[in-house]
Write a protein that binds this ligand. Structure first.
Ligand code: GTP
Ligand code: MG
Length: 305
C-alpha cells in the first residue's frame, strides 16, 4: 500500500490523507489500524491546555523549533473548538504556526465537532498515524473549557497548563479544574504587567503540593523562557518514559471497552428496529398503558435473556 510507504517516509500529503481518513471513514480506519498498530504507542504525548487566548499556539510554534534543536521530531495536533468566540481558530492557528511548519514539523488542526467519543477516537488514531510516521513528541493543543482539559490529561503523558495575565479572572481559571492535572504550569505573556502576581498566585496555589509541578514564565513576544521550557519538556520526556507503558495500557483498556460498547450499541439499535417486544411495548407506551422506564426495563430484560 502506497499510503503506508509514504507515511513511513513522513510525507505530509500522506499524513494529511490518513488523518482525514480516520476522521471520516470508519471502514478505511479499521484497515489502516490493522497495518500500523504494531508500530504505535511509543511516542510521548504532550497535552497543552489553558484558557482561550493564553498564547498556547504561539508558544507551541516557538517551542517546536527549540525541541527540534534538541534532537526531537515534534508534531502538533490542535483541537479546534467550534464554539470559538472569534471563529478564527483554524486560520489563526495556521497563521501563527506557519513558522514551525516551514521547519518540517507537522502541524494540523483537527475538528472538535461531533460526539466526544468520536473526537477521542479520531484523535487517538491521528496520534497513531503521527507515531507511525516517526514523530516524537506529539503535542496536542486544546482549549481548557469544561471537560476537555481533563480529557487531555488522560490522553497525554505530559500535561502543560498555560495561563496569562490578560484574563481578569485568573485565579478563577486556575481553580477551574486545572490545579490537579499539570506537570508544568506556564505563565505566558510575561512581558505584560500582572505576570509576576500571577506567577506568585500560581506558585502559592499549585506549586506547594505533593506533586510539586514545575512552574515557568515565558514570553513569546520577547522570546524568553522558551528554550528553558523546551529543555524541561525534553527532560520530562525521558523521566516520564517509565510511566508510559502503564498509562498506555490503561488507555487501551478504555479504548477497548469503548469499541465493544459502541459495537453493541449499533447492533442493538439495528435489532430494536425489527424487535417484536420493542414494538409491542412502544404501542403500550403510546396508549399510556405503561410508562417509559417500566417498558425500557422489560425490553432490556427480554433482549439480555
Ligand atoms: N504580549 C504577548 N502576547 C502574546 C504572547 N503570546 C501570545 N500572545 C498573543 O496572544 C494572542 C492569543 O495567542 P494564541 O497563541 O492564539 O493563544 P491560544 O491560547 O492558542 O488561543 P486559542 O487557541 O484561541 O485558545 C495572540 O494575539 C498572540 O499574539 C506573549 O508572550 N506576549
Ligand atoms: Mg490556539
Amino acid at each position: 500500500m502506497d499510503l503506508l510507504f509514504d507515511l513511513k517516509k513522513g510525507k505530509r500529503g500522506a499524513i494529511a490523507k490518513a488523518i482525514t481518513l480516520v476522521e471520516n471513514d470508519p471502514k478505511e480506519t479499521k484497515k489502516l489500524l490493522k497495518k500500523i498498530f504494531k508500530e504505535t504507542g511509543n511516542s510521548m504525548i504532550i497535552g497543552i491546555t489553558g484558557p482561550a487566548g493564553a498564547g498556547k499556539s504561539s508558544l507551541i510554534n516557538k517551542t517546536v523549533i527549540a525541541l527540534k534543536k534538541l534532537g526531537t521530531k515534534p508534531a502538533v495536533l490542535a483541537i479546534d473548538p467550534t464554539s470559538h468566540v472569534t471563529g478564527g481558530a483554524i486560520l489563526g492557528d495556521r497563521v501563527r504556526m506557519n513558522e514551525s511548519t516551514d521547519s518540517g514539523t507537522y502541524i494540523r488542526s483537527i475538528a472538535s465537532r461531533g460526539a466526544t467519543g468520536a473526537i477521542s477516537r479520531s484523535l487517538r488514531n491521528s496520534i497513531r498515524i503521527l507515531e507511525y510516521s516517526g514523530f516524537d513528541p506529539i503535542i496536542i493543543e486544546s482549549v481548557g473549557a469544561g471537560q476537555t482539559e481533563v480529557e487531555i490529561s488522560n490522553i497525554a503523558d505530559i500535561t502543560v497548563v498555560v495561563f496569562n495575565p490578560n484574563t481578569g479572572d485568573s485565579i478563577q481559571t486556575i481553580k477551574a479544574g486545572l490545579t490537579e492535572i499539570g506537570d508544568i504550569y506556564i505563565v505566558n505573556k510575561s512581558d505584560l504587567s500582572g505576570s509576576n502576581q500571577l506567577f506568585d498566585a500560581v506558585r502559592d496555589f499549585i506549586g506547594d503540593t505533593e506533586r510539586n509541578p514545575i512552574i515557568l514564565k515565558t514570553s513569546v513576544k520577547k522570546n524568553s523562557g522558551i528554550s528553558e521550557f523546551a529543555k524541561t519538556l525534553k527532560k520530562l520526556m525521558i523521566s516520564k518514559k517509565k510511566f508510559k507503558k502503564d498509562k498506555e495500557s490503561q488507555r487501551l483498556e478504555t479504548e477497548l471497552k469503548d469499541i465493544v460498547l459502541n459495537n453493541i450499541r449499533e447492533k442493538i439499535d439495528d435489532m430494536l428496529d425489527s424487535d417484536k417486544t420493542f414494538s409491542n411495548y412502544l404501542k403500550k407506551l403510546n396508549t399510556k398503558k405503561i410508562d417509559p422506564y417500566n417498558a425500557g426495563d422489560k425490553i432490556t430484560k427480554s433482549l439480555l435473556k
